[in-house]
Design a protein around this ligand. Structure first.
Ligand code: DGT
Ligand code: CA
Ligand code: CA
Ligand code: ZN
Length: 576
């Protein structure tokens, strides 16, 4: 998990991707012109120019006035606008539109199912100028009165608002990565590190924090160009809303980069503990470095390592910075050696066409070869479940045959498994004779998640007591942002797992990340083995293994705590 900045000296920006930025701005201008009901020809000209810029290979920001006008689809006025955008990050047309349009109105364009024409009508006929007003109007059934709108449109609007608001809550780690990626394409490679909860690998992320050594003056125009809204623009720090999410960008001098990164990575509780530790050794820690309180000497720190060394601590990986005893352990030099991505030898939860996945068994093996895996556990649903298509006892036998054939042609071996339902009474969804013949059985709760704590806990413990069950899948059943975890008593489950030799799953889907870091720490301290599975239903899901690794690291897991670090033979021995 290495992400230290490779170069501390800002190099000239590469202008790739900037055409997309300019195009987006021209599109915005076209949309806002539509909102005020401007001349259709002018609107069309901006739309065409946006299309042209998007398809142009050469960066338009580097072109002269003459070169721009020579491009088919770019007229004189728009050439001026592009020159201005390239230079200042905005243009007269956009600025004057911003003056004419209420500040809360452009946000409505972010809603699904709402285009500029709708926004224009809502504004002119109902005097709606913000999201709050739109919601009130829809709830007050005032929108259906508009010509051409009706009840259905009103419902669509309410639904779109709900979706948009959920989007504005905490992000999934996968969403946060996407946004961070989109923002950092506008920064020079090697000059920035993502900080905050995303760097610590939290399962959900409130806002995105980035530290860069690039000067504010060269970054801010780019941010202005892509932001939905500038919250705050400065030379030390700029904050924007981007696709409805907040992004904080901190500018740091290279000589102080390490101290600033440390501060902005947090957590807040960890920072407080570290400051205490500094004070105890006669120093004061801040965002720039360490101040020796006696000599009044300020030691700027370019790297995080320098700060830790000066404080007499071993380097603490970001995932551990939660004030859960890591500072004490760093002082004693007894931090755990955390699981590394390269130590993962396979994926322990995948679905195929046999249930609700899209790959065939052979394609699963193909995937495993491509990923350099030793094994993938094929774990389709059992048929007992009414919800998803699942395997009947006969289908399990047929699949065993497919697996045998795939294994002959591939290096990666497919383990014959199943994700069997734990029924409401703790019995299993398939008969023992079927489970007996499999390499590995995952047992999961997929129904009646609302049982009381004692009932659901005993239900899962009963499943663990079956000699065929090897792994308990997604133990709490949570769906991040959508479904609360069940009230299952995880400490009791951990005890039972130890007693029965059952592994607990760390489901690596960014929607689940279940068990979470807190429980993982307790589990591995009790000597319970953890199985990381992506629960892949399609080819793109296998990449989620990295969320599993980072969550395991947050749970203080070492390679030895994780089943996926075992060789194929060791794994089969464990399941037996
Ligand atoms: P989030 O965004 O809610 O997922 O969580 P964080 O940890 O990214 O929190 P955020 O974005 O509010 O702040 C980023 C980092 O800045 C945080 O991890 C530590 C530091 N920080 C923020 N506020 C404070 C504070 O009041 N005191 C200290 N010591 N550090 C703070
Ligand atoms: Ca944050
Ligand atoms: Ca922040
Ligand atoms: Zn499942």
């Amino acid at each position: 998990m290495d992400e230290s900045i490779s170069s501390r000296i800002p190099v000239p920006r590469m202008v790739s991707g900037v055409n997309a930025e300019v195009a987006r701005m021209l599109d915005t201008i076209a949309e806002l012109l539509l909102v005020i009901g401007d001349n259709p020809f002018k609107i069309r000209a901006y739309q065409r120019a946006a299309e042209t810029v998007r398809r142009t290979v050469q960066p338009v920001a580097g072109m002269s006035r003459g070169e721009l006008v020579a491009v088919d689809g770019i007229g004189k006025a728009i050439a001026e606008a592009i020159l201005s955008i390239a230079e200042t990050g905005t243009c007269n047309e956009l600025e004057s539109l911003k003056e004419k349009i209420p500040p809360g109105l452009p946000e409505l364009l972010e809603l699904d199912t709402i285009g500029p024409k709708t926004v224009q009508k809502l504004w002119s006929h109902l005097n709606i100028t913000s999201l709050t007003e739109l919601e009130a109007a829809a709830r007050g059934r005032r929108i259906r009165s508009l010509r051409g709108f009706g009840e259905k449109k009103e419902e669509d609007i309410l639904r779109a608002i709900t979706v948009y608001k959920n989007r504005s809550g905490r992000m999934l780690i996968s969403e946060a990565e996407e946004i961070a990626e989109a923002i950092t394409t506008h920064l020079t490679p090697g000059t920035f590190v993502i900080a905050g909860s995303l760097r610590r690998g939290r399962s959900t992320v409130g806002d995105i924090d980035i530290v860069t050594t690039e000067p504010a003056g060269s970054v801010n125009p780019h941010l202005r160009a892509i932001a939905n809204e500038m919250i705050d623009e400065g030379t030390k720090k700029t904050s924007i809303f981007y696709r409805g999410k907040r992004v904080d960008i901190r500018f740091a001098d290279p000589s102080e980069f390490g101290a600033t990164l440390l501060y902005l990575t947090g957590s807040k509780e960890f920072n407080i503990r570290l400051r205490e530790r500094a004070i105890a050794s006669g120093m004061q820690l801040n965002e720039y470095g360490l101040l020796n309180k006696r000599t009044k000497e300020m030691i700027r720190c370019a790297t995080e390592e320098e700060v830790f060394t000066l404080l007499g601590l071993a380097f603490i990986p970001p995932e551990l910075r939660e004030d859960r005893g890591e500072v004490r352990r760093a002082e004693a030099g007894t931090l755990p050696r955390l699981l590394e991505p390269s130590e993962i030898k396979g994926d322990l939860h995948a679905h195929t066409k046999g249930s609700d996945g899209v790959l065939t068994v052979a394609e699963l093996a193909e995937m495993g070869d491509r990923l350099g895996y030793e094994y993938i556990l094929c774990s389709d649903h059992s048929a007992s479940l009414g919800v998803a298509r699942g395997l009947s006892p006969e289908a399990v036998r047929e699949q065993a045959h497919l697996i045998e054939m795939a294994n002959r042609d591939h290096t990666c071996q497919i383990l014959a498994g199943i994700e069997v339902d734990i029924m409401t009474d703790g019995s299993l969804g398939l008969p023992d004779e079927v489970l007996e013949g499999l390499d590995c059985v995952i047992a999961s709760v997929h129904s009646s998640l609302h049982q009381d704590a004692d009932t659901i806990t005993r239900r899962v413990i009963r499943a663990m007591e079956s000699e065929h069950v090897d792994i308990i899948g997604h133990p709490t059943g949570r769906l991040l942002g959508r479904r609360e975890p069940s009230v299952i008593d995880i400490p009791r489950i951990i005890d039972a797992a130890r007693e029965t030799g059952t592994a607990l799953e760390l489901n690596a889907s960014p929607h689940r990340l279940d068990l979470d870091d807190i429980y993982l720490k307790t589990a591995n301290e009790s000597g319970v083995q953890i199985a990381i599975g992506t629960d892949a239903h399609g080819p793109e899901d296998f990449a989620s293994i990295r969320y599993g690794v980072i969550t395991a690291r947050r749970g203080w897991c070492r390679a030895g705590d994780i089943l996926n670090t075992k060789t194929l033979q060791e794994l089969l021995d464990f399941f037996r």
